[in-house]
Design a protein. Structure first.
Length: 145
């Protein structure tokens, strides 16, 4: 009974991480084109009392059409508003590149990172699930002999 519960928990956990990783890789794979972006508005967004994210509203051109986008930059978040504003000043100095889907340029971002951490979590969860499954089968077979 315990074996089934542990195997079920491991399977549900592995399935969750697999779905999250697959969705992230799916989104990452579409953003194949890039263009220079012009950032109109930089904002500091307070996520909690000690986490401040940076957000940018930008536009870019694809096939003569202008598209707008919004990106909330990923972690690491800043610990206070002043640090976030200093980070914005650094980002203003660099030219921004918009990554977008050529089939649907409305889907764009100023960041494009392969979801390595999510993929590794999914692989680990699947490995742990297989471990519990095979361990249970091994003990179940020994108990039958």
């Amino acid at each position: 009974m315990i074996r089934k519960i542990l195997t079920g928990i491991a399977a549900v956990t592995a399935l969750y991480f697999f779905i999250v990783a697959t969705y992230s890789i799916y989104q990452w794979s579409f953003m194949t084109d890039r263009a220079w972006a012009s950032v109109q508005i930089w904002k500091v967004v307070e996520l909690s009392s000690s986490q401040f994210a940076i957000e940018a509203e930008y536009c870019f051109t694809h096939n003569g059409m202008v598209y707008k986008g919004l990106t909330r930059f990923s972690k690491p978040y800043q610990y206070n508003r002043l640090a976030a504003e200093k980070e914005i000043e650094k980002k203003k100095e660099a030219r921004s590149i918009a990554f977008y889907d050529p089939e649907n340029p409305k889907r764009s971002s100023l960041e494009r990172f392969f979801p390595l951490k999510k993929s590794l979590y999914a692989l680990c969860a699947i490995g742990i699930g297989l471990y519990f499954f095979l361990l249970g089968r091994m003990f179940f077979k020994k108990g039958m002999e």
